[in-house]
Design a protein around this ligand. Sequence first.
Ligand SMILES: [Zn+2]
Ligand SMILES: [Zn+2]
Length: 242
Amino acid sequence: MELTVLGCSGSYGAPVGGACSGYLVRAGTSAIWMDCGNGSFTNLQQHINPAELTAVVITHAHPDHCVDLYGLHVCAKYGLDMSELPVYAPEGVEKQLETLVGSWTDTFDWHAVADGDSVQIDDVAARFSRTDHPPPTLAVELAHDGKRLVYTSDTGPGWSPEVFGSGADLLLSEATYQHDDIRAPIHLSARQAGEYARAAQARRLMLTHLWPTVDPVASVEEGNEAFGRAIVLAAPHLVTHI
Ligand SMILES: [Zn+2]
Ligand SMILES: [Zn+2]
C-alpha cells in the first residue's frame, strides 16, 4: 500500500500549503481518495488523474473532511464523463453535500457505512469504527496484502485504535492539540495520540490534523515521548509505503 498525504491541516486551512484532511491510498488496482477536505482535490490532481480513482471514502460530515467532493463531482460530470464512482460515507453525508451541488445525478454510487461494517473496496478490505466525535464519524482500517493502515479520522479520547486489533503497520492519527491546551475534548493531543498508538502496538505512527497555529516541532516531541519511538508528521505530498 502507498499513502499520499493530500492535506492534513486540522479543522481549517493553514496559511501556507494548508489543505485540510485528504489522503490517496493506492493498493493493487485500487486508488482510494480518503477524506475530501478543502484544498485536497487540488493536491490530489498532482498525484493522479481523477479518472483513475476507484473509490472515495469519507469519514464524516465536517467540511474539512468532505467539501472537496463537489470538485470531483463537477470534474466527473462535465470534464471526464465519469459516472457511478463508489463513495463510502456515514449516513447523512450524501444529503448534506448535495446542497452544494444541487443534484448528484449519476456521478457517484453512494454506500452508507456504519460502526462495525466491513467492506471490500476492489483490492482493499475496509473496516469502520465509530469514534468519539460529534457527527457520526468513522475511523477506517484499510488492509491489503497483509498490511494494515488505520486512520483515526477525528476523535476525542473516548475511542481507541485498539478496536481494530494491535499492530497496525501505520497508524495515521489525528493530533489536533498539545496536551497543555486541549480546547475541545472532541480531538486528541499529540500525547494522547502517542499513548493510544503505543497501547495499540502500532508499528509506525504518523500525526495529522494539527491545529494550524500549534508548533509542529513541539507536537512531534510530545508524540515521540508518548509513543516511545520516533513518529512521522504528515505534510502535503508526503508519500509513504506501508
Ligand atoms: Zn477535522
Ligand atoms: Zn471533525
